[in-house]
Design a protein around this ligand. Sequence first.
Ligand code: FAD
Length: 386
Amino acid sequence: MDFSLSDEHQMILDSADKIATKFNREYMLEHSKEKTFPQEMWDEMGDQGFLGISCPSEYGGAGMGVTALSLLQERLAEHGVAPLYFVVNQGIAIPVIGKHGTEEQKERWLPDMAIGTSRCCFAITEPNAGTNTFKMKSLAKADGDDFILNGSKLFISAVNHVNKMLVVARTESYSDHDTRKKGLTLFVIDVDTPGLTYDQMDTKLAGTAGQFFVYFNNVRIPKENVLGEVGKGLNVLFDSLNPERIIVASGAVGSGRYVIKRAVEYANERIIFDRPISAYQGLQHPLAEAKALLETASLMTRKAAWAQDAGENAGEFANIAKFTAAEANFKAADAAMQVHGGYGFTESMDMLDHFIGARLGKIAPINREMNLNFIGEHILGMPKSY
Ligand SMILES: Cc1cc2nc3c(=O)[nH]c(=O)nc-3n(C[C@H](O)[C@H](O)[C@H](O)COP(=O)(O)OP(=O)(O)OC[C@H]3O[C@@H](n4cnc5c(N)ncnc54)[C@H](O)[C@@H]3O)c2cc1C
């Protein structure tokens, strides 16, 4: 067993430190206020070859896999600057196109994604289906060589900052629970396709990307844009779940470390009752507990990334990693809020946004209950509960 990092992985961490020093938290906050795209940082990451880190080398990427991507995300988050686009573009779109795309599709989509000139969002959530995605209503009907898509999505992140959308729709309507897995199809479409419109939602979260309602009104999609087999999108979808959970866990671990660092700095300086508040055990223990949980989550995240890259079944590790990282990040953010007292609620202290972001981690992209359902059913061997 070897816990050391390779030279290549260490180089990723060092480069992430440099990027995050140049494009720091203040830079991200400026873009977060107006929800503008952090283009300069994106370009710098492209120049360093990081935008195609998970893309096969024959299509212009570094072909490095989920471990590299996870380390990069974890370290950027440790500086408070992890961009969400990474999760979708690198963690979902590139790997699933790489695995399930035809040769023509890979040549058409991957090289631009690998250099960051093309970015993809992911559209699966629907109002009435929620966590039960099988019940989605968006329907793509075959029409000659095309499909015509009608329906709507919501909570779709970053639609206005991307040019592609990976859409999950039904090509056969949902009829009953037993046949629910049939008839889901994935499409890669251009965001400017006629009939596709979107409106910003009123989510109140920090971050450069907002969330959107998306409407499909007779959107014509050529069959060349179907990813994988028609009606068998679930197989493709399943391949995106573990990388997504691993990258999200990495971001949560990094964010947790960031708020703990900030809290310790503040607590060491803040004098109340003639002593720095860091001397009080009541403040030390919650931070120490969060630190212990975060580092445990980090190890599980590494293991999940390793399993994913080794082609092993990473589901068990990825679910535990996502669950523990989200819980640990929330504990860290909660403890950091307590340390900051009333100042935690001021905009200038920039702490409340971390707390809200950490709370989100228990709900999206997968809620904690679904992580626990996975553990109960697939690891502990108990009956499916829903
Ligand atoms: C900031 C943000 C960004 C997002 N970005 C995207 C995106 O880019 N693309 C996209 O497609 N979606 C996106 N989403 C949607 C997100 O994935 C969903 O909100 C999430 O999957 C939960 O769906 P829901 O909100 O409808 O909750 P519901 O399905 O209504 O669930 C509500 C709660 O019920 C509980 N619950 C549900 N099912 C079960 C069960 N079987 N067992 C136990 N408890 C259960 C959970 O606690 C859950 O939190 C985003 C959401 C947010 C808030």
